[in-house]
Design a protein around this ligand. Structure first.
Ligand code: TXA
Ligand code: MG
Length: 325
């Protein structure tokens, strides 16, 4: 027997977009697909709406949100775009890059969404449904990943429904997300550009696109962590996670990568990419962790993933999934 269709999940046709706009204007949240993961959006300028979003996610309120816009023109009055920021925008937007920029003096984004910081994180997502929604609503949307705080990120509409339940009035369906890991966060408020979170755009792509070396540096741990992705335990399944495994226990679920020669054991085995393709692996990462987490296995064992290019983002998520809770 098939489960009854969930009325909160809708195909993103004109009627659904109209409903989404009405909900957002009234201060409710709407989940929508992006090329990275599903986002849970609210009107970034409404304090109450942002507060409700934090409550729904169970998110520590010191974690600021990414503000999504449809085009660069919508950033007018929100942030200050330096020449380097304009170059980054031209090279990487729409796309999986978030820029941390100084807030404009007139910035209408709710202080709660910025966690009181003098900067704002902004991005233009590369997904037709996200862009259609942003254009239709005509307001910046604050949108964290559409999951309960600390849990696995959602790459399908059902992940959103399962993680957040009836608290989300509308989920716009857009299939499985293409990239599967969140955007790369690039801090442009520092003298040199610094990546604060590994993500869909690699350090190599950034360095080439910006014509200067770009490095990764977690921000100094202080009273205001600049990225929750930097909390050591994050993106975590329910089950314990064990990394760089070559032989899994008989009662473990085994997440593999590449050729399976020499990778033994495991009660359930899933391969992120049998051909060793890091893009495919990133796209499958959260979906396969969701599946393995739902098995009766004692733990999730994960094979080594090469720490190159997109592999840095994958390893970063896996290390946080495996960190002590
Ligand atoms: O791919 C993505 O980025 C997805 C999709 C939905 O766009 N969104 C996402 O949002 O991953 P979230 O809320 O899970 O992560 C937002 C990150 C956090 O690590 C937060 O600390 C950082 O952005 N952030 C936001 N504003 C910031 C600021 N002003 N300074 C430093 N970090 C900031
Ligand atoms: Mg998240």
């Amino acid at each position: 027997v098939l489960p009854a269709p969930n009325p909160q999940i809708m195909l993103p046709d004109a009627a659904a977009l109209q409903t989404a706009v009405a909900l957002l204007q009234a201060g409710h949240c709407v989940a929508f697909p992006t090329e990275t993961v599903y986002g849970l959006g609210v009107d970034a300028t409404q304090d109450q709406a942002v507060a409700a979003l934090y409550a729904l996610k169970g998110r520590p309120s010191f974690n600021p949100l990414i503000i999504h816009v449809a085009d660069v023109a919508q950033l007018e009055g929100l942030v200050v775009l330096s020449p380097l920021a304009q170059l980054a925008a031209q090279r990487f937007w729409p796309g999986a890059l978030t820029l941390i920029l100084p807030a404009a003096p007139t910035c209408p984004v709710a202080l709660l969404a910025r966690a009181g910081l003098p900067s704002v994180a902004v991005r233009i997502p590369d997904h037709p449904v996200a862009l259609a929604l942003l254009r239709a609503v005509g307001r910046p949307l604050a949108a964290p990943s559409a999951n309960r705080s600390g849990g696995l990120s959602p790459t399908t509409p059902l992940h959103v429904a399962h993680s957040l339940g009836v608290g989300v009035p509308l989920i716009l369906a857009g299939g499985k997300t293409v990239l599967g890991v969140e955007s790369t966060i690039l801090d442009l408020t520092t003298p040199q550009p610094v990546v604060r979170r590994y993500g869909g755009v690699s350090l190599e792509q950034l360095s080439a696109g910006l014509g200067q070396p770009v490095r990764y540096q977690a921000s100094v741990a202080d009273a205001t962590p600049t990225a929750p992705g930097q909390l050591s335990s994050h993106y975590a399944p329910q089950k314990p996670v064990r990394l760089n495994v070559t032989t899994a226990q008989a009662d473990e679920a085994f997440l593999l990568f590449g050729a399976e020669l020499g990778l033994r054991g495991g009660a359930v085995r899933l391969n992120l990419s049998p051909t060793g393709d890091l893009y495919a692996a990133a796209a499958n990462l959260f979906a396969m962790l969701h599946v393995l987490d739902a098995t009766g296995c004692s733990a999730i064992a994960v094979a080594a993933i090469p720490p190159l290019g997109l592999g840095l983002a994958i390893n970063d998520r896996l290390q946080r999934a495996a960190a002590p809770r």
